[in-house]
Design a protein around this ligand. Structure first.
Ligand SMILES: Cc1ncc(C[n+]2csc(CCOP(=O)(O)OP(=O)(O)O)c2C)c(N)n1
Length: 623
């Protein structure tokens, strides 16, 4: 009996054999699989529970992969995976070598683009639709975008472009559950709340009930003439709304948990002959009480088999430590403001948002906006800190260059999730920020290893260093630091014999592994010093000095090699006529696939064992 229908869905076309009642039963089975699996694998439970019926309807009405379905962010793609031949492997979700938690074209022809970052779906779907129009390809392209992702500016750049493209067979499904990770924010959210509560479709449906008889999910398709009359009626009801003003056809809002109604609407959207936005209302966490009650808590779950390197395993983590520290500072300094781009929970800002609502700004999924907004706050004599995951900071390259560094004003950037992030994989790794910031003038970058250093770096960032100051720290908890290490809280520390002729240069949490590797080799009679950088930009000249006399320098870097600390340090050494050898272990020029943080550190030789091997010459260097 278990998964009676789901196990027989080998490809989306198999849905065509199921009756309305069987589709409902299938939805129940899918919910069961999600609720059973995701707490173990970790991942986005609430978002997926909310799109069960929508995904069934999409695959019922469209012919994937000929018709292309593009999921914005891609965190809500599990149901799509279950219906596109990946049910059997679903338990491998987010583990090393297993199914990704996002869209991965390498995994299935039904996943169109790699995804993980928000608000891109309308642009890329429109590109496909535009190409199809040129090639006389009559297939459909569907972008599924959440109301949270609709707060990202990129979505509006796309709508601006889509609005005058009459011929495109593009359907945008706005999956409105009133939630981003936390409650959705801003004017768009307010506007959608008004739209959501209007009985548009139903009223329209009642008006046309006499003309259109019961429309089955498949079979008899709605006649174009009838649909057009429906649209005309709807336009009488809604003379204008934002999307129609932008040049799209607007349909909705409809109940996104009613498979029949969603199928009808999608069939209708196919007949419109110009880009359509279909607004559906869904409930985040639908069908699982705890998730319906606390959708934010169930937005993203961590794996159940947490290793000690996972977030808050020891009761705290860098994000929480940062959040607590910021609240303490804010109570003393009324200028401190915190900005988040829809990530208040993950970045430890929840308490700040409650204690200092006037100085807390959730700008929506709008990282690009956050930086110039911080600039404005700074110009208005405030002390802004933009708290952002390393991977999402990538969106802000030009803003950091033009709206921050060039202006010379004080802006603090707290870069969370710097380093390997684990199960989210390629799209979410925090391995690129050092290289990215290295190329921008007049920025200071700190990379503390411990909670104590983290607090100290922020004090320096707020009060002792000018211009743009970034402090970067990892996902999860601090690693163990040897008891005989006493931090200087300066730009760098030297751990071990300062006269050793072998040096390790490193920064951030993996100092812990470097220190352990050094101590293990000390037992074997090898003398090594660890130069631990706290400031990675500008590079402390004393640290270069400390490495100059060594015969061998090993760089261990939890970040991309190109443009990173190691390359830069090595150049400074060679400029100072360094005559010894150096070996650079960092992440090579690649995208780093999912796995646990420990697996990823081991994969690139950046755990204690890997470092010992490299130090002994058993690992190839300079990868
Ligand atoms: C550029 C970027 N910033 C932040 C995130 C983190 N993030 C992932 S999902 C999400 C909320 C998306 O909300 P919505 O689109 O409404 O989808 P829902 O989960 O509510 O279905 C956020 C902020 C991201 N993926 N990309």
């Amino acid at each position: 009996m278990e998964d009676r229908y789901l196990k027989n869905i080998k490809q989306p076309s198999d849905l065509g054999y199921l009756s309305d009642a069987e589709l409902e039963a299938l939805a129940g089975e899918i919910r069961g699989v999600l609720i059973d699996t995701v707490p173990h694998t970790g991942g986005h439970l609430a978002s997926n529970l909310g799109v069960v019926e929508l995904t069934i309807a999409l695959h019922r009405v469209f012919k994937s992969p000929r018709d292309k379905i593009i999921w914005d962010v891609g965190h809500q793609i599990y149901v799509h995976k279950l219906l596109t031949g990946r049910y059997k492997d679903f338990r491998t979700l987010r583990s090393q070598g297993g199914l990704s938690g996002f869209a991965r074209p390498t995994e299935s022809e039904h996943d169109i683009f790699f995804s993980g970052h928000s608000s891109t779906s309308i642009s890329s779907a429109f590109g496909i639709a535009a190409a199809n129009a040129i090639n006389d390809d009559r297939s459909y392209t569907v972008a599924v975008i959440g109301d949270g992702a609709m707060t990202g500016g990129l979505a509006y750049e796309a709508l601006n472009n889509v609005g005058h493209a009459d011929k495109s067979r593009l359907i945008i499904v706005l999956n409105d559950n009133a939630m981003s990770i936390s409650e959705n924010v801003g004017s768009v959210a307010r506007y959608l709340a008004v739209m959501r509560s209007k009985p548009g479709y139903f009223k329209m449906k009642a008006l046309t009930e006499r003309i259109i008889n019961k429309i089955p999910i498949v079979g008899k398709s709605i006649s174009s003439t009838l649909f057009k009359s429906k649209t005309r009626l709807k336009n009488l009801i809604y003379r204008s709304n934002f999307f129609e003003d932008m040049g799209l056809r607007y349909m909705g809002p409809i109940d996104g948990h009613n498979i029949r109604q969603v199928c009808e609407a999608l069939e209708g959207a196919k007949l419109v002959g110009k880009p359509v936005l279909l607004h559906i209302n869904t409930v985040k966490g639908k069908g699982y009480n705890p998730a319906e009650k606390s959708p934010s808590r169930y937005h993203g779950l961590s794996r159940q088999d947490n290793s000690p390197n996972e977030p808050c395993a020891n009761g705290s983590c860098y994000s929480e430590e940062f959040g607590t520290f910021l609240c303490q500072q804010a109570s003393k300094d009324k200028r401190i403001c915190a900005i988040t781009a829809a990530m208040s929970l993950g970045t430890g800002l929840k308490r700040f948002s409650q204690d200092y609502p006037d100085r807390f700004f959730d700008v929506g999924i709008a990282e690009e906006h956050a930086i110039p907004f911080a600039l404005g706050l700074s110009a208005g004599s405030m002390l802004p800190v933009f708290v952002v995951y390393s991977t999402f900071l990538q969106r802000c390259y030009d803003q950091i260059f033009h709206d921050a560094a060039l202006q010379g004003r004080k802006i603090v950037i707290a870069i969370d999730r710097a380093g390997f992030v684990g199960e989210d994989g390629e799209t979410h790794q925090g391995l690129y920020d050092v290289a990215l910031l290295n190329g921008i003038p007049d920025i200071s970058v700190y990379s503390p290893a411990t909670y104590g250093e983290l607090r100290n770096c922020f004090v320096r960032a707020f009060y002792h260093v000018g211009g743009v100051v970034a402090v970067r720290y990892a996902r999860g908890a601090e690693f163990r630091i040897p008891e005989d290490f006493t931090p200087s809280y300066g730009d760098f520390d030297v751990y071990g014999d300062p006269d050793a002729d072998t040096a390790i240069v490193t920064y951030g949490r993996i100092f812990s592994f470097a220190a352990q590797a050094r101590n293990a080799l000390l037992q074997e009679g090898k003398s090594i010093k660890v130069i631990k950088l706290n400031a990675v930009k500008p590079m402390p000249s004393g640290a270069v000095e400390a490495a100059l006399g060594c015969k061998r320098v090993f760089f261990f870097e939890e970040g991309i090699r190109s443009g990173g600390m190691g390359e830069h340090f090595a150049l400074l050494l060679s400029e100072r006529a360094y005559e010894g050898e150096y070996i650079l272990k960092a992440v090579p020029d690649c995208f780093v696939a999912q796995g646990s943080v420990s697996e990823q550190l081991a994969r690139y030789g950046l755990d204690t064992d890997g470092m010992i091997k490299t130090l002994k010459g058993e690992n190839p260097g300079n990868e």
